[in-house]
Write a protein that binds this ligand. Structure first.
Ligand code: R5P
Length: 317
């Protein structure tokens, strides 16, 4: 037990109860008792069903669909914990959806990633845990400490076990190329980059070119998230044109709204899609093409270290 805070309590909102359960299994603690539901008038309500006075409270809630409801649930849970005299409140947000809206790159647009950060702090958040943010600088939108974890070691382990020969890691765009470079280094593989241009604010993507040699190689497309699948589908089609053989898509967050999984499965160029459980990938979303790696132990270990006041960075060195 840490000196400054009482016993650890891990709560889950409705976004991903299965992940919270896996984290609690790792920590060998029960999932905290809380009710999170909506009244008939669509108002969200929360009631914490156990004492949290001076406790070290962790609230697990990725901002998965329906995103705005999940954010509201999280804010209300934090408010409830704060008003119940929790000693410290950590928001565990494995997927921070609004990280994509992180700059004013057109006139009269918001910076929603900052807005949500402000709301979390106003509600009473003392610190935040996230996984593979779309842009690392989003950490700086918070005044409270942010621990950003990465799924990279899990992804490397998974692909190393496949023993792919003559592989190449392919960044889906310039923005992800630094992280793709880290992945490629650990895979002992070269790096290629897709030159991509978005044609509008909507989800359509135009793929223009492949920078680097992919001819005759097994290609691992690397991105932070797969949403509609448009990016990796277009990238895979380009890679096939440039002579790549087996093509895999690897991303931390498998958002996969609507029929994204089906669209991916109807793309014969993509052999396998590898994501993690930062957001729930189940039901219709989980096709045979998709592999989900769990990061529950990673989150559990980070929570344990934060609780004990130990280094989180040391997990990745
Ligand atoms: C964008 O910059 C991100 O890195 C991903 O490429 C993007 O979020 C993927 O979205 P979609 O699957 O809808 O193309």
């Amino acid at each position: 037990m840490s000196d400054a805070f009482g016993e650890m309590v891990v709560f889950s909102g409705n976004a991903h109860r299965e992940l919270a359960r896996r984290i609690c299994d790792y920590l060998n603690v029960p999932v905290g008792r809380v009710e999170v539901f909506k009244f008939a008038n669509d108002n969200t309500f929360v009631r914490i069903l156990q004492n949290v006075r001076q406790r070290d409270v962790f609230i697990v809630q990725p901002t998965a669909e329906p995103v705005n409801d999940r954010i509201m649930e999280m804010l209300i849970m934090i408010d409830a914990a704060q008003r119940a005299s929790a000693g410290r409140i950590t928001a565990v947000i494995p997927y921070y959806s609004y990280a994509r809206t992180d700059k004013k790159d057109q006139p009269r647009v918001p910076i929603t990633a900052r807005l949500i950060a402000d709301l979390l702090e106003t509600a009473g958040t003392d610190r935040v845990i996230m996984v593979d943010l779309h842009a690392a600088q989003v950490q700086g939108f918070f005044r409270v400490p942010v621990d950003e974890l990465t799924a990279l070691p899990k992804q490397v382990e998974y692909f190393q076990e496949k023993g792919l020969e003559n592989s190449v890691v392919v960044a889906t765009d310039i923005g992800i190329s630094k992280r793709a470079r880290d992945f490629a280094d650990r895979m002992n593989a070269p790096l290629a980059i897709i030159e991509k241009r978005r044609t509008s604010n909507h989800d359509d993507v135009e793929t223009l070119n492949v920078i680097g040699n992919v001819d005759g190689r097994a290609a691992i497309l690397f991105d932070d998230e797969i949403s509609t699948g448009g990016t990796v589908i277009a990238a895979a089609e380009a890679l096939a044109r440039f002579g790549a053989t087996d093509i895999y898509a690897c991303a931390t967050h498998g958002v996969l709204p609507e029929d994204a999984s089906q669209r991916l499965q109807q793309t014969p160029e993509i052999r396998e899609v590898v994501v993690t459980d930062t957001v729930p990938v189940n039901g219709n979303k989980l096709t045979p093409q998709i592999t989900v790696l769990s990061i529950a132990d990673l989150l559990g270990e980070a929570i344990s270290r934060i609780h004990r006041g130990e280094s989180v960075g040391a997990m990745f060195t």
